[in-house]
Design a protein around this ligand. Structure first.
Ligand code: ASP
Length: 357
């Protein structure tokens, strides 16, 4: 596929601290108000310098690339995740770091998916966006973009990238991408990471939270997985959920895996019809992944009587994984493996720091 690329800022060679490829996918950040339609529509990315003139003062070599059709991230899908991973793989040796401009609605899903697809990543891939369009005076877009660029370009004393994983940067916090979650649709603090500490806090100075940052791994070569299997679903528990609803999901033709969104520490109803439905699904080869509806804390199957059965029949514990990281992990795992037992083992194993054991 060919993309529109614009090389918009070249630092003078003696000052340059590296090259960044900025990939524009759409979202509020790049929206402008269209008077005729009375709605927000994606702007043309070659206007970026006009909108954020500060970019040309940074000491980085910046190239902008836009997806052919920028989207509201509610239209994000696994094909575009593979497209993004492929762009990064194709451009990997040409740039020191990557920044992805993305809508906030599904940013946590994209960050999670990319973290799995980009195996042995040794360069920063930082996603950012904004709560207010770039054309609005009070927009958070400028700060988010500029600091994401700074973080992407940060090098340690040996000249190695400080960040070598997929992250989300928003409202002064750098978070591990597959631990992030959209928590806010009105305020600027759109993202949080309840179960894993922030990686950096960009105040007056950028403070790195060193013990939690994935270290650079010398000798690793990027491998890109290009298959995601979408035969997965969420099943969210609620008091009153009935057998027809549960059966319609657990007996669905071709469905390989279900993220079971449980209460508290991984608990669900012990009604016999539910236990039978779960046991039958697993015996037919379906893989169930237990993820808590609580943002904080973790699944501990067997801790309560209401989760003991799930453990006994082989539901995989999701520990402290987010729902976003869980569903994308299932797509990745089923894209790689066919055998349900192997898939269950991969789900139970932290692959990119997305869950604690
Ligand atoms: N609907 C927008 C999107 O996710 C919201 C945003 O960018 O903040 O693309």
């Amino acid at each position: 596929m060919t993309y529109n690329k614009i090389h918009i800022a070249t630092a003078s060679p003696e000052l340059t601290v590296g090259s960044v490829l900025v990939i524009y996918t759409g979202g509020t950040l790049g929206m402008v108000y269209e008077v005729k339609e009375k709605q927000l529509v994606p702007f043309h990315f070659d206007q970026i310098i006009e909108r954020v003139p500060e970019i040309s003062r940074l000491n980085f070599d910046i190239t902008f690339l836009s997806l052919n059709e920028p989207i509201d991230s509610s239209n994000m899908n696994p094909d575009i995740w593979i497209e993004l991973a492929t762009i990064i793989a194709d451009e990997y040796t040409h740039y020191d770091s990557f920044v992805i401009l993305h809508g906030t609605d599904t940013m946590a899903y994209t960050a999670s998916a990319l973290s799995y697809l980009l195996e042995d990543l040794n360069k920063p891939v930082i996603l950012t966006g904004a709560q207010l369009p770039i054309g609005v005076a009070r927009s958070d877009a400028r700060e988010n973009v500029i600091t994401a660029l700074e973080l992407a370009s940060a090098r340690n004393s040996e000249g190695l990238p400080v960040i070598s994983e997929v992250c989300v940067y928003f409202n002064s916090m750098l978070l591990r991408g597959n631990r992030s979650k959209k928590q806010e649709s009105s305020n600027f603090n759109a993202f949080h990471s309840e179960n894993y500490p922030y990686l950096a806090n960009a105040g007056v100075r950028i403070e790195y939270n060193w013990p939690y940052i994935k270290p650079f791994e010398p000798g690793k070569t990027l491998q890109v997985q290009k298959r995601l299997d979408t035969n997965v679903a969420f099943l969210k528990m609620f008091p009153g959920i009935n057998a027809r609803v549960v059966h319609s999901i657990l007996q669905m033709e071709g469905l390989k895996g279900v993220v079971l969104e449980t209460y508290g520490a991984g608990n669900a109803t012990t009604d016999q019809w539910f236990l039978d439905a779960v046991a039958q699904a697993i015996s037919r080869g379906m893989v169930l992944f237990n993820v808590s509806q609580c943002d904080g804390g973790r699944v501990a199957q067997g801790h309560y009587e209401t989760s003991r059965f799930l453990k006994q029949v082989g539901v995989v514990s999701g520990s402290d994984i987010t729902a976003e990281a869980a569903i994308t992990k299932m797509m990745y795992v089923f894209g790689r493996e066919n055998d349900p037992a192997k898939c269950a083992r991969m789900l139970a194993t932290p692959l990119r720091g997305e869950m604690s054991i």
